[in-house]
Structure formats: C-alpha cells, structure tokens
Ligand binder design. Structure first.
Ligand SMILES: CC(C)(COP(=O)(O)OP(=O)(O)OC[C@H]1O[C@@H](n2cnc3c(N)ncnc32)[C@H](O)[C@@H]1OP(=O)(O)O)[C@@H](O)C(=O)NCCC(=O)NCCS
Length: 145
C-alpha cells in the first residue's frame, strides 16, 4: 500500500539516486548530498515522498519560505506512472501550503517537458506569460581565515 509522508534523514541518499532515474534533470543545478541535507535540516517536512513497501516511488518538494509556495522535484518512478501518484503528491504539497496560509502555488516547469505539462494543467496550473525567471549563479562563500 502506498503512503505519502515526509522524507526521513536516512532516506536522503536513496532519494538522490531516485532522482537520477525518475526526475527531470535538465537545465538545473546538480543535486548534491549537501543540498538535500540542507533542505532537510531547514524544513524537514518540505520533502514529501510516496513510499510503497519501503520503496520510494515518488517525490515532491513543497517549499514554503514564509512568503510563497514553490514546488520542485515532482517525480514518479517510471514503472509507476499514470496511477495517480503524481497527482496525490501535488495534492499533499498543496495541503501543506494551505496549512501555512499560502494562497498560490507555483512550479518550475521546462517549456520542453511536455510530459509534465499534462499533469500540471490537469491540476489547475498554467504558465504565467507576463513573468520570466531571472537567475544568477552564486559564487561559493569565502572560507573564513
Ligand atoms: C510528470 C509525472 C510526475 C507525472 O506523474 P504520474 O504519477 O504519472 O501522474 P498522474 O498519474 O498523477 O497523472 C495525473 C494526470 O496528469 C495528466 N498526465 C500525467 N502524465 C501525463 C502525460 N504523460 N501526458 C499527458 N497528461 C499526463 C493526466 O491528466 C493524468 O490523468 P490520467 O492518467 O487520468 O489521464 C511523471 O511522468 C514523472 O515523474 N515524469 C518525469 C519527471 C518530471 O518531468 N517531473 C515534472 C517536473 S516539472
């Protein structure tokens, strides 16, 4: 039976491996152990996993920064797609946002990722043509002397 719950610290390496096979990995910073551990330390409830018989079969990051609601890393195991798992992950993330008083949820979706457009549209999301994302890669912090 599948359950959705917050990821546990011991699962973080398995989630990194899962994203290698299940997630969209183009045009984005590489996932690292340090990055996923930092997320989990800062907000342990943000990383939601779908688990079936102890196997991770889906993920989403429901990031609430105190101001806005951002979704990342929606992914379902290739062998378990079109069973409604992605939709349940989106619903769980939205429940989390509502519990904080969030009023609008957004997702970063590659224009070329047609497979993803279907699920976002099916759950009420649409592109916002009047906005573009402006990005800058941050240099690593200077090491203290
Ligand atoms: C996108 C993804 C998460 C969808 O997960 P899923 O568990 O298969 O989605 P669901 O079964 O909940 O689908 C819900 C609805 O979304 C739509 N949908 C899902 N996949 C679709 C597809 N390939 N094409 C068109 N519509 C699709 C359908 O309306 C579907 O309902 P239906 O099966 O009754 O027709 C999954 O394909 C995936 O992991 N893709 C690779 C990673 C990725 O691209 N993530 C999104 C990053 S923005």
């Amino acid at each position: 039976m599948m359950i959705l719950r917050a990821a546990r610290a011991a699962e973080l390496p398995a989630i990194l491996a899962f994203w290698q096979v299940a997630a969209e990995n183009d045009s984005r910073p590489a996932d690292t152990s340090a990055a996923i551990e930092a997320l989990h330390r800062r907000d342990p409830g943000a990383l939601i996993v779908a688990v079936d018989s102890d196997e991770i079969i889906g993920t989403v990051i429901a990031g609430w920064d105190g101001w806005r609601c951002h979704l990342y890393r929606l992914a379902v195991a290739p062998s378990r797609r079109r069973e409604g798992i992605g939709g349940r992950l989106i619903a769980a993330a939205e429940d989390r946002f509502r519990s904080f008083g969030g009023t609008r949820s957004d997702a970063m979706v590659l224009d070329a990722n047609q497979r993803a457009h279907g699920i976002w549209a099916a759950h009420g999301y649409s592109p916002q043509p009047e906005w573009s994302r402006w990005v800058k890669a941050l240099p690593a912090p200077e090491t203290p002397r």
